[in-house]
Design a protein around this ligand. Structure first.
Ligand SMILES: [Zn+2]
Length: 365
């Protein structure tokens, strides 16, 4: 191992480029991971376009699969050379926020810098890789609070099989969990990108029996069927709210999952609900939302609206990998392309423009 590594860094809006950076020093609670596979997320495209601001020179990416290169002196129970992944969200799990059940909103590591008050609550601050600290689209990444965040990969699972665990699967499943799904439910999932597809799969695993997947892309709707959708609706060809009401005899869906982050999908996700239904929102919104009065029953409809950031931590990752190891689900089908880290600019171009049926790209340093 030399002292420098290649990393994809944010330079300016419209420019993420490969750069040489020093390999980071390992503090007592850290672990240095040699990345074997990582990927590009829709959120990285928001960063590329300048829609989500990060510091200039920051290494982007938040989905690490790799091998432990060096362990901090205080990290126990792992060994160098071990295959691991870490969640996209790396909470400390020691803050008030984390102990209150919202570790993804843990900003306790920012207390010293004055960016977080001593209680440790800071919205979205559990997301550190490629947001607050250097991320995973590099030859090496430093995992903070490694004792809480390093998840060993079971033998027999390939990098491609577990590549969705750090973010896409964890987020999509959280969307299904937040929808309060019960056996026999009808669930509508809006948008069938990688996260929406995982929400569809999660709804199936949780026992929904009528899963209605919505998208404007027939190829993605086809994959939604493989992931467990019973009905697919292309919003370009039909009125989705009308169709859901027809399919449910006018009752409405028990729950809906929003996996895009637009006014139109949020609004439809509310309109398809029965009174007392749950809207589980996963999308990242970029402007104020308006709640339609009728669908909201003037605020008297017993609706629940839940939001979430991806859950992280080794226990979450262990459970997700159990689902894969038990062959309840195969997410390898979402990995449609493979690129070398050296070619990451071309990979961004393909992914951002959704060419060639791309869902997720395996990036190999
Ligand atoms: Zn992401």
């Amino acid at each position: 191992m030399g002292s420098m590594m290649k990393a994809a860094v944010f330079v300016a809006p419209g420019r993420i480029e490969l750069a040489e950076k020093p390999i980071p020093d390992v503090g007592p609670n850290d672990a240095l991971i040699r990345i074997t596979t990582t990927t590009i997320c829709g959120t990285d495209v928001h960063i590329l376009k300048g829609e989500y601001p990060v510091a200039k020179g920051l290494t982007v990416g938040h989905e690490p699969v790799g091998v432990i290169e060096k362990l901090g002196s205080a990290v126990r129970g792992y060994h160098e050379g071990q295959r691991v992944l870490a969640g996209a969200i790396c909470p400390s799990f020691s803050s008030y926020a984390a102990q209150d059940g919202v570790p993804s909103q843990d900003g306790s590591y920012l207390i010293e810098s004055g960016k977080c008050a001593c209680h440790g609550y800071k919205a979205t601050a559990g997301w550190r890789f490629g947001n607050m600290i250097d991320g995973t689209q590099a030859e090496y990444v430093l995992v903070p609070d490694a004792q809480a965040n390093l998840a060993p990969i079971p033998d027999g699972l390939t990098d491609e099989q577990v590549l969705m665990c750090p973010d896409i699967m964890s987020t999509g499943f959280k969307g299904a969990e937040n929808a309060n799904i019960r056996l026999g439910d009808t669930v509508v999932v809006f948008a069938q990108g990688p996260i929406g597809l995982c929400a569809t799969a999660g709804a199936r695993l949780l026992g929904a029996t009528t899963i209605i997947a919505v998208d404007g892309n027939d190829h993605r709707l086809g994959i939604a069927r493989v992931m467990g959708a019973d009905v697919t609706l292309n919003f370009r060809n039909c009125d989705v709210v009308d169709e859901v009401m027809k399919l449910t005899g006018g009752r409405g869906a028990d729950s809906s999952i929003e996996a895009l982050g637009t006014q139109a999908t949020f609004e439809s996700a509310l309109k398809v609900l029965k009174p007392g239904g749950t809207l589980s929102s996963l999308g990242v919104y970029s402007s104020d939302l308006t709640i339609p009065l009728g669908a909201f029953a003037a605020g008297l409809g017993d609706h629940r609206i839940n939001t979430a950031l991806c859950p992280g931590g080794k226990e979450r990752m262990r459970r997700l990998m159990n689902v894969l190891a038990a062959e309840r689900l195969d997410l390898g089908v979402l990995v449609t392309h493979k690129y070398a880290l050296d070619d990451i600019v071309a990979a961004y171009d393909l992914f951002a423009n959704q060419r060639d049926g791309v869902l997720k790209i395996a990036i190999k340093p």
